[in-house]
Design a protein. Structure first.
Lengths: 232, 232
DNA sequence: GCGGCAAAAATCGTATACAATTTCAGAGAC
DNA sequence: GTCTCTGAAATTGTATACGATTTTTGCCGC
């Protein structure tokens, strides 16, 4: 028997990817039996994987009612994005003007991969774009910051899948290039608003339009009742 | 049978407290059987509790070798403290000049409890002092920031227990009062260095003296060998 | 048809069983 | 005395069993 927690990791990674790629959509039930059957593992292992995902808030476990893919509210989304803004700010403050040549090369390679996928229409470009931010965090040399960023990026992806518009990363590639350029030259004055606007464009715009749509939706739903009340 | 994860929480909370109060010291082995016996629960439940603690990095789980109370290295300690500095900075930036009267009252009560415990020589004053920072984070209204702070504060306590000097919170009470005063008046210029120095005094000083001691320890250990080499 | 209710099915929470791995103690070689 | 090796004990990782809870189903009165 494979002893180590290798199995847990496999299921964890599989589910995580499925969630982030929106194969498993928010709200989907995740019964332990079914998943275990799929992966050829017992509930014990599946349970552990689900608990790991819950600790990243990618799945929601409610006592006695099982796990579902997390479905963050707009409020939670806004909280997440505001914290992410702050943490990304910390990251670039630590990196600005301090990148080694090797790091710059790594970042350029990352952007390269992103651009290629984007040009060829492959959907991985989203993952590459997200990874860019994770790589930045890792370059701070702070395991904690990297850990936080990993969670933040993961949850951001989930939320964008929920509320976002399809065209949410149109100009990501160029913006990432600009970010690296400023990081290299240490141009903090330009870097700071660049990152802020970049994230704002990708994240907040998505949920703001979602919020607008939601309001409109409610208004539409209420319209008939209002009319009835008026004519009564 | 009690169905809900209530049992897990009980064991989790119990172990967490024991670790933070240094009843269980870093490095201590935490066998699932023994703990289960103590709490009257099966390994399944204990395991889950240990995994929760591991996700906060209060215990260290190594595959097939069981769990031990975490024993962060000096490097990890420095990383933690630098991130904590940054996160505390985010917290006060969000709160400065925005506290409601109710919040101020809550903070004063917290400091009151801390002072009383301190004056009466009860060791809970450490917990109260730590809680002060957690309460601040919760007041931002950001569940994420609060979560991060909870982890950071917990791990800080663990590390201080490991490396800290006993007199580490001598002036905590007064400093906390000053912090609240600045938060109320919105005196950012004074607040920012106040918080920074407060944390620096409590956290970094502890590990810096530890690092110094450690170097001295190594030198002492090497002294005989050096002497032998010299006389050879 | 259609809400309400009871029984069945599905699913979860915990305990226990067993195999795999690690740890430890003691015997034997040197 | 110290080192190494071997087998037993301790401990973990996973599977399975079973009671408890939730969800679904099917039946009934209306």
């Amino acid at each position: 028997m494979k002893q180590r927690g290798e199995r847990v990791d496999a299921i964890y990674a599989g589910l995580r990817l499925a969630i982030l790629e929106q194969v498993l959509q928010p709200g989907t039930k995740l019964p332990e039996d079914t998943i275990g059957e799929q992966f050829g593992a017992s509930r014990t292992v599946v349970r552990r994987a689900l608990e790991l995902l819950a600790s990243e808030e990618l799945v929601d476990i409610r006592p006695n009612r099982g796990a579902t893919v997390a479905k963050p509210s707009l409020e939670e989304a806004r909280d997440l994005f505001s914290v992410r803004q702050d943490v990304e700010h910390l990251v670039i403050r630590r990196l600005c003007g301090r990148l080694t040549p090797a790091q710059v090369k790594r970042l350029e390679a990352q952007i390269e991969a992103e651009e290629r996928a984007h040009r060829e229409g492959r959907p991985e470009y989203i993952r590459h774009a997200a990874e860019f931010h994770l790589v930045l965090a890792e370059m701070t040399g702070s395991p904690l910051l990297a850990r936080y960023m990993r969670q933040l990026v993961g949850r951001s992806a989930l939320i964008l899948g929920l509320y976002g518009r399809p065209r949410w990363t149109d100009c990501s590639v160029q913006e990432h290039r600009d970010l690296v350029a400023c990081l290299v030259t240490g141009d903090w004055a330009r870097l700071e608003p660049l990152m802020h606007d970049h994230l704002e464009a990708v994240l907040s715009r998505a949920i703001d339009t979602a919020a607008h749509d939601k309001d409109r939706g409610i208004r539409d739903l209420l319209a008939p009742y209002a009319e009835a009340a008026r004519s009564a």
